[in-house]
Design a protein around this ligand. Structure first.
Ligand SMILES: Cc1cc2nc3c(=O)[nH]c(=O)nc-3n(C[C@H](O)[C@H](O)[C@H](O)COP(=O)(O)OP(=O)(O)OC[C@H]3O[C@@H](n4cnc5c(N)ncnc54)[C@H](O)[C@@H]3O)c2cc1C
Length: 289
């Protein structure tokens, strides 16, 4: 289908983009990779009167290590993250995630910021970013604010972004030594959204016990779900089979799936249990290397 008519705006600076957002309010939408927005417009699920294309804004596309963080620019494509040597060296969980997002064509255009800003609980980056303790940098007419990712997702397709704010950066703390993470997803076919998926990031102490665990779930609730009870259970414990199984059960208990074409709710809870066990096992192996 052809999208409804819209006015196309092409700012060359963040300030100009923000002024358009202020001017057109609810009638405007930011366009970055267009891999979620354009399909929604074609289906007439979104009808923005103004499209503010931010792709011509210079300096927003980067992946770099700075000030104890991995910093991902607001226009960084999925493919750029996937190819980044820093990400390969320090964030295997992000590489796992990249490999199961859509397909290479989509990843060439889709941006990491767009994946978060869209607020779709089926998207894969939200849970990974939650497990990693990321922060979202939003820039608007009042300046810049840093939003912990736990506060970013409000409900289905709704985030904490104000109408005049743009995601300009994502910051992920660099993992301490003895850290590892993994992302496990079940999809009906390659390129599909998750039936369910689990992100796990762990840090071990000098004795090999779990010092810190970040566990988050994809597409089993209106927002990504942090498995707080599972995280708390693992703190200070050995990441052996029995403890991982117990944590995986707690994560499944925290999931809030609904029954849909991808399966009944009970099946999805069972899936979370299995995927959590696999993600934690792989994360622990990576942390021990
Ligand atoms: C065939 C197909 C399969 C897919 N499969 C998956 C999958 O398996 N897993 C997955 O995670 N995703 C999947 N996606 C979604 C894809 O990853 C999206 O492109 C991505 O989620 C949105 O990024 P984008 O840059 O394309 O955003 P756009 O489509 O340009 O925008 C999406 C929304 O976010 C807003 N937005 C975008 N950037 C910003 C910004 N910087 N600041 C503020 N608001 C912004 C827009 O206004 C819009 O509301 C799939 C997409 C397709 C087409």
């Amino acid at each position: 289908m052809i999208p409804p008519p819209f006015e196309y705006l092409r700012p060359t600076s963040i300030a100009e983009a923000i002024s358009f957002l202020q001017q057109y309010g609810d009638e405007a939408k930011i366009l970055s990779g267009g891999q979620s927005l354009i399909p929604m417009m074609k289906l007439r699920l979104a009808r923005p009167a103004y499209l503010i294309d931010i792709n011509r804004i210079a300096g927003l596309s980067y992946v770099k290590e700075d000030d104890g963080h991995l910093k991902i620019g607001g226009l960084t494509r999925e493919a750029e993250l996937e190819d980044s040597p820093i990400v390969h060296a320090k964030f295997p969980i992000l590489i796992d995630t990249e490999h199961v997002i859509a397909d290479p064509q989509v990843r060439n255009l889709a941006t990491v910021a767009g994946n978060l800003a869209h607020g779709d609980p089926a998207n894969d980056h939200p849970a990974t970013m939650m497990a990693l303790g990321a922060k979202v940098v939003a820039t608007g007419s009042k300046g810049e604010r840093v939003i912990p990712v736990d506060d970013f997702f409000v409900s289905v397709f709704t985030t904490a972004l104000q109408p005049d704010e743009i995601v300009t950066e994502i910051r992920i703390p660099l993992p301490p030594p003895r850290s590892g993470g993994a992302y496990f997803k079940l999809e009906r076919k390659v390129g599909d959204f998750a039936t369910a998926a689990v992100a796990a990031q762990v840090t071990l102490d000098a004795d090999g016990n779990c010092r810190q665990a970040g566990i988050a779930l994809t597409n089993v609730g209106p927002t990504p779900v942090r498995a707080k009870n599972a995280e708390a259970f693992l703190r200070g414990k050995k990441l052996d089979d029995a403890n991982i199984r117990q944590a995986a059960q707690l994560a499944a208990d925290e999931a809030q799936p609904s029954s849909d074409l991808r399966g009944p709710a009970e099946y999805k809870k069972g899936l979370v249990k299995e995927l959590a066990a696999r993600a934690l096992t792989r994360a622990a192996e990576r942390a021990s290397k």
